[in-house]
Design a binder for this molecule. Structure first.
Ligand code: AKG
Length: 296
């Protein structure tokens, strides 16, 4: 063997089973392993250097945005997830105030255009999305993204909707094979409490589930698979709001692809942790811990 070949062969030989014969298969698999390891470092380093150059583009930290008590529960096998404490009542109130001045009649898509329609009676305003990145809404977009597993940059739009007395939205699905409504996920967040007498619940007739609006409660479901096959069973309706009631909600629609680039941040997004106090509430299976001397 030429000296150069010996150098190339030596590190591979250590991984080969001991045999006098040349074993082509194990040499090849060892080569593949090495190549994969090199590629892995290459990819890691690529993002490391890129991040050092484009420093300001740090994505939001979901953890620092989660309110206390945020908890996602799946509703049986319906495929619907419900999160209580998605936001605090104060946050919900502040978003209502952001939207109040912007509200206009809501429409539905027909022949490529959004038009007012007897199927839907409510008012709506876009408060976050491509072209309108209001940083006050960013924590909401991040939490909604956490429910879907998609990045917040996939959000098509965040709409605040108000149903006054008599308002409703008849049964419908949130997607269609038109680019304007290609919605993989819907996350619906209620911004105020409603009693059963006041109506306004969201119903999924095929899945036998009715959700009563509660401030800070979010409902998430898929409308389609990433390959565009449908989930028609998630067709749903907003029940009429009865006398004396008013309903405020936010819709987050997520696309299977990115809708805008990450937002640049100038403010730090995480606060430092404060040690647990005995009076804090914490989940089962975690407990208050204090380091003893000699105990790491
Ligand atoms: O407000 C609701 O309960 C449902 C809203 C809805 O169905 C929609 O906007 O697509």
């Amino acid at each position: 063997m030429a000296p150069g070949m010996a150098l190339l062969y030596y590190p591979l030989k250590r991984n080969c089973p001991r045999t006098n014969k040349y074993d082509g298969e194990s040499v090849l698999s060892s080569l593949k392993q090495k190549l994969r390891a090199r590629l892995r470092w290459f990819y890691l380093r690529r993002y490391y250097f890129l991040h050092r150059i484009v420093r300001n583009k740090i994505p939001p930290h979901n953890l620092s945005y989660l309110p206390d008590g945020f908890r996602i529960t799946k509703a049986g096998k319906t495929g619907i997830a419900i999160a209580d404490s998605f936001c605090t009542p104060e946050e919900a109130h502040s978003i209502i105030e952001v939207a109040r001045e912007k509200l206009g009649p809501a429409g539905i898509l027909e022949k490529g255009k959004f038009i007012e329609h007897p199927k839907r009676r409510c008012e709506t305003a876009m408060v976050f999305g491509p072209g309108n990145k209001d940083s006050r809404l960013l924590p909401f977009a991040c939490r909604a993204a956490a429910m879907t597993g998609l990045p917040y940059t996939h959000v098509e739009g965040v709409y605040v909707t108000r149903y006054k007395e008599g308002g409703f939205y008849l049964e419908h699905i949130d997607y269609g094979n038109h680019f304007k409504i290609e919605r993989l996920y819907t996350v619906l967040l209620y911004l105020n409490d409603m009693t059963p007498d006041q109506g306004g619940s969201t119903v999924f007739p095929d899945l036998h589930i009715e959700v009563q609006p509660r401030v800070g409660r979010a409902v998430a479901w898929t409308n389609m698979n990433p390959d565009s096959s449908a989930h028609p069973e998630t067709s749903h309706a907003a029940m009429p709001v009865n006398a004396g009631g008013e309903k405020w909600a936010i819709q987050f629609w997520f696309r299977p692809y990115k809708m805008f680039n990450e937002i640049d941040y100038v403010e730090p997004q995480a606060t430092r942790g404060v040690p647990l106090s005995k009076t804090d509430k914490f989940p089962d299976g975690t407990k208050y811990f204090v380091r003893q001397s000699g105990n790491n």
